[in-house]
Design a protein around this ligand. Structure first.
Ligand code: ZN
Length: 262
């Protein structure tokens, strides 16, 4: 498994990112670089990426980027220990890359955190390296992983709100999202920052039934989710750590509206 990060190396990633940026700058095209994983790319993007509102001239391309909770948490020692469950693209890299991603998130080179939710089955993952598919489920643990980093002092809760909500809405020109104010959608969650609960494959909602964070003690688990002012999910002592739905799936909320770039 250690060969995966060597094979999909950071210099190749940097060349691809540089080409995409060059094309965006030449054409004035909107560019969002997905799943940033290497310190090399993050260092090079400093001064090139910014939130759309901070772009100076009308002609300049808006260039933004993101990283993922798994790349802010795992390193080569986890890959060694856990194996193909942590095989993904771009790969989990090294502790030094993870540290640069944290630095550039705080400093503003990286605007958003995404999930790259790619749920492959454990049967497929059991094929071993290199046959096992790349990708892991991530959407349902993403917030608790980041709020646990906040609890441990790596960042603030306000940072997590910006990286996972406010900035995301701004980067994609989403209407009514990313802020709590009159006229915006009533989307709110309540979280428990005090009670650690271990991630367990048995409590996963995804049909694949496993999590790369299995065994990790996390805080920040959502207790209530409200969409458009309507409670849709709760996690209480009665429901246990998996929680339960309060409405029929698909009955609440509307498609997200994203405006084009002028
Ligand atoms: Zn992806």
């Amino acid at each position: 498994m250690a060969a995966h990060a060597e094979w999909r190396d950071d210099v190749t990633a940097l060349l691809a990112t540089q080409l995409a940026v060059e094309l965006a700058q030449a054409s004035g095209h909107r560019l969002h670089v997905l799943h940033l994983t290497s310190g090399l790319e993050a260092d090079w993007l400093e001064g090139i990426t910014s939130l759309p509102d901070d772009v100076k001239s009308d002609e300049a391309a808006i260039i933004t980027t993101e990283t993922l909770p798994q790349h802010l948490t795992f390193d080569e020692t986890d890959v060694e220990r856990v194996g193909t469950r942590l095989k993904m693209n771009p790969p989990i890299r090294y502790a030094k890359d993870r540290d640069r991603l944290w630095y550039h998130l705080k400093q503003g080179t990286i605007q958003c955190i995404a999930t790259d939710h790619a749920p492959h089955t454990l049967e497929a993952k059991a094929a071993g390296f290199p046959t096992a598919p790349s990708g892991m489920p991530g959407v349902e643990t993403s917030l608790a992983v980041m709020l646990t980093h906040a609890k441990n002092g790596s960042c603030s809760i306000e940072d997590v709100v910006r990286w996972m909500s406010t900035n995301v809405a701004e980067c994609y020109n989403m209407i009514g999202k990313g802020r709590l104010e009159e006229g915006a959608d009533g989307d709110v969650i309540l979280v428990d920052m005090d009670t650690p609960v271990a991630v367990d494959d048995a409590h996963v909602w995804s049909r694949v039934g496993w999590s790369p964070f299995h065994g990790h003690e996390l805080v920040g688990w959502t207790q209530v989710t409200v969409v458009n002012g309507i409670p849709v999910f709760e996690r209480t002592e009665a429901t246990g750590p998996k929680g339960r739905l309060l409405v029929e799936p698909g009955s609440v909320g509307q498609p997200i509206v994203m405006m084009p770039w002028s």
